[in-house]
Design a protein around this ligand. Structure first.
Ligand code: DAH
Length: 349
């Protein structure tokens, strides 16, 4: 009777153990034969009912069935696993003959490029490029530049206040002159330029921006005169815009320089012939400058009887606008990259 059962299971096994590449089918077979209530499992638990003298043989036969199933199972499982792996490898293989996705290469912002050009000119003349804080004290932004509280010159440089009346966003890079002199502790020469962001309470339009870039310059040494400033400006603009560019001074007024000048250069658009950029004068004003005021030297620890110097400041956007023929300041600060990229490309050509 028991042997009959074994025979039945054996016959079933012969029918069931066919080739398959389906893991689900394989698992179902495992449950059918070796699961908790599997056919072979059941045979195994019947051993206890077998008369002693037949036990051994019965056990061997059941073991044989188990071995048959297990080797079928291992072999099939291996085959299926290999097949799945191969399929996966094939599917995920990288086709190196496909064209690659194009990575767009960025370019420096044209404002940054102009600033770098200016830095290079001045570095070649021995200047340091320094940094100053954008959040500044009233003391450095105004007072130590000879612009005391209540001075009307403050109106044109109304800015944003961070804390009370003393901490503000700098309205000009000129406070870096003061900071540099204080750090210099009376030593000469001082030769520095400082490019950086500046802020004013202006409404944004084609020629105004609440945030813009200035480049400040300061030189302090012995026997410095306006002609040194003139020569320096001449070198700068010839290097930036070409050898035929001329520089001229017009008298002006700044609180921290005496005398003060406006620096004009021949119009880059029309080479001095007259056009709408220069309002037909042939000249455009690009820099505010002058000899450092004795009060400013004194307040920062330099004796004006011994030392003298010149200072200048200009807007970086202005230079870039002239160089690239841009007529709206907002191009630099809005988020439409197409505009900036146009000028970029022109530059590469
Ligand atoms: N800070 C001035 C401004 O924002 C520009 C300027 C004028 C800077 C004369 C200077 C200078 O260093 O000497 O309008």
């Amino acid at each position: 009777m028991e042997n009959k059962k074994i025979k039945e299971v054996k016959e079933l096994l012969e029918k069931d153990l066919v080739e398959t590449d389906d893991l689900k089918v394989l698992e179902e077979l495992r449950v059918k034969y070796l699961g908790k209530k599997g056919l072979i499992t059941e045979l195994n638990s019947e051993i206890k009912n077998i008369p002693n003298e037949e036990k051994k043989e019965f056990g061997m036969l059941v073991n044989e069935l188990k071995n048959t199933f297990n080797s079928y199972y291992d072999e099939t499982k291996n085959k299926i696993d290999t097949k799945i792996l191969n399929e996966k490898l094939e599917k995920e293989a990288i086709d190196i003959s496909l064209p690659s996705t194009k990575v767009e290469i960025g370019a420096p912002n044209i404002l940054e490029k102009v600033i770098e050009e200016v830095e290079e000119v001045f570095m070649s003349m021995g200047y340091d490029v320094v940094d100053g804080p954008e959040i500044e004290l009233d003391k450095y932004n105004f007072e130590m530049l000879n612009i005391p509280k209540g001075h009307p010159a403050r109106d044109a440089q109304d800015t944003f206040y961070i804390e009370g009346e003393e901490v503000l966003l700098r309205s000009q890079t000129s406070p870096v002159q003061v900071r540099t002199m204080l750090k210099g502790e009376g030593k000469v020469p001082i030769r520095m330029i400082c490019p950086g962001k500046t802020y004013r309470r202006d409404d944004d339009d084609a020629t105004h921006s609440h945030q813009f870039m200035q480049i400040e310059g300061l030189l302090v040494d012995k026997d410095i005169s306006l002609s040194d400033l003139k020569g320096t400006m001449d070198v700068l603009f010839k290097r930036l815009y070409g050898k035929d560019v001329e520089t001229r001074f017009r008298p002006s007024y700044y609180q921290f320089t005496e005398p003060s000048v406006e620096v004009d250069i021949t119009c880059v658009s029309c080479h001095g012939k007259g056009c709408n950029v220069c309002k037909n004068t042939g000249w455009v004003t690009v820099v505010g400058a002058g000899m450092v005021h004795p009060n400013v030297l004194r307040m920062s620890g330099y004796d004006p009887e011994v030392w003298s110097g010149f200072a200048f400041g200009f807007g970086a956007e202005r230079l870039a606008m002239m160089k690239y023929g841009i007529n709206d300041l907002r191009v630099f600060y809005n988020t439409d990259l197409r505009e900036i990229k146009t000028f970029d490309r022109e530059d590469e050509e």
